[in-house]
Design a protein around this ligand. Structure first.
Ligand code: SF4
Ligand code: SF4
Length: 412
């Protein structure tokens, strides 16, 4: 089989490849086992109930953080393959993401679910949130979004802002939003999830989660201390959310998405690294569905090859282990936050490293620059600091100073 043929086969074939499945991984609890109506070969194989919202969404859905003007064909392609959940934000590609979705989904609004977001800090006013929502609705060419997220929550205080509740009550009354959620991928994520669940604040959550941050992955691949799982409390927090019937969508499933680096290791196998990563996440038992930035039609085909959540095989596990070993020294786990307080200049180290990932791993400098510019504090202090305060602060042996200073130079 030629390389082209093999990759075409892999893109389409993973959903049926269950030979050699590992025992013990729980099936996703909310899975709708009824085959998707009109399921296309190579397309979405399963729709899942998103918690109390009762929305039935494609288990692998469309993330649009990198969607640019003129890319309506990507949305069309995903739609034709059965993707019915589209996640965006006012900040993505400076509004272009919402505009492109709006253009592509004209005449299809009743066949899809739309989610958008805005960061609501501790002092954000209800009027600001309403303006942001109305801007999103205009770009999306719709009267309502199915879910509106409090975006990038990394501080419990941000969840206590009474203006959020005032905004939600009014927006729901006006029919502009149906359900609410929180999204998070940075420090104190587990604490924020626990707090939100205790207050029963949201119908859904969009959370950074991948095999490399799942304690059970490390239990499965090694008993040594070569790898240390760093999100010990996040799976438990997500399970508590599930107990309250909060729908959980995962993001950052590919743990940095160095897909090209993995091509040599995929040779001869039945699945790609990306498909293996999706299979892991969708089989954790605490995730309903996953979104991923879809930036080419080939990628869409490949990712949807893992729809249906086939079980994780030994070969999948080998790919995940290989990837974890390759990226361990530079991949910031976003929400572990063990380094908090180490920098006397308040550089948000995990966020800086996240923006670095967008540039160096995703190869998306424009998005990385936008995200870096949105940080409250940049990493300019790293240029003149000798790095001693944060030396050794990362419990995963990332050399923070060595990565943060070049990130500032690259993205500022
Ligand atoms: S190098 Fe210095 S300024 Fe930069 S994160 Fe480390 S301690 Fe903070
Ligand atoms: S730099 Fe290290 S300690 Fe800090 S958030 Fe990232 S992985 Fe955790």
């Amino acid at each position: 089989m030629t390389e082209l043929d093999r990759r075409s086969f892999l893109r389409l074939g993973a959903a049926t490849g269950v030979a050699g499945a590992l025992p013990g991984l729980a099936a996703t609890a909310n899975a709708n086992t009824t085959p998707a109506t009109g399921a296309v070969k190579g397309g979405v194989q399963r729709y899942v109930r998103l918690g109390r919202t009762e929305l039935q969404i494609s288990d692998i859905s469309f993330g649009s953080s990198r969607l640019r003007m003129g890319e309506e064909r990507l949305v069309d392609h995903a739609f034709d393959l059965g993707v019915n959940y589209y996640d965006t934000a006012e900040s993505y590609t400076r509004g272009a993401s919402e505009t492109v979705l709006g253009n592509a989904l004209v005449g299809k609004r009743d066949k899809v679910y739309l989610a958008s977001k805005m960061i609501a800090g501790p002092s954000t006013r209800a009027g600001q949130l309403m303006s942001a929502l109305e801007g999103s609705l205009e770009r999306l060419r719709t009267d309502y979004v199915d879910i509106f997220f409090n975006h990038a929550v990394n501080d419990v205080d941000a969840l206590k802002n009474p203006e959020w509740f005032e905004f939600v009550e009014k927006a729901k009354r006006q029919g502009k939003i149906r359900f609410t959620g929180m999204s998070g991928h940075a420090g104190y994520l587990a604490e924020c999830v626990e707090y939100a669940v205790s207050q029963d604040m949201f119908d859904t959550m969009l959370l950074a989660q991948n095999f490399g941050e799942d304690p059970s992955f490390f239990e499965r691949v090694t008993k040594s201390f070569d790898f240390v799982a760093n999100q010990q409390s996040l799976p438990n927090a997500m399970l508590k959310a599930r107990e309250k019937d909060v729908g959980i969508v995962a993001m950052k499933v590919l743990r940095g998405a160095r897909l090209n680096d993995m091509r040599p290791y995929e040779a001869g196998g039945d699945t790609t690294f990306a498909q293996a990563a999706f299979k892991w996440t969708l089989n954790t038992g605490y995730v309903d569905a996953a979104i991923i930035s879809m930036t080419s039609t080939d990628q869409i085909d490949e990712y949807l090859g893992a729809s249906g959540a086939p079980e994780v095989t030994d070969a999948d596990l080998d790919l995940l282990k290989q990837y974890a070993a390759m990226t361990d020294a530079t991949y910031c786990r976003h929400a572990c936050n063990d380094c908090a307080g180490a920098c006397p200049f308040n550089v948000p180290m995990a966020d800086v490293l996240r923006t670095r990932m967008y540039a160096t791993d995703y190869g998306d400098f424009s998005f990385a620059r936008d995200e870096y510019a949105a940080l409250d504090v940049d990493a300019s202090a790293c240029l003149t600091c000798d790095g001693s305060p944060c030396a050794g602060a990362c419990t995963h042996d990332i050399d923070i100073a060595k990565l943060c200073a070049p990130t500032h130079q690259m993205l500022s």
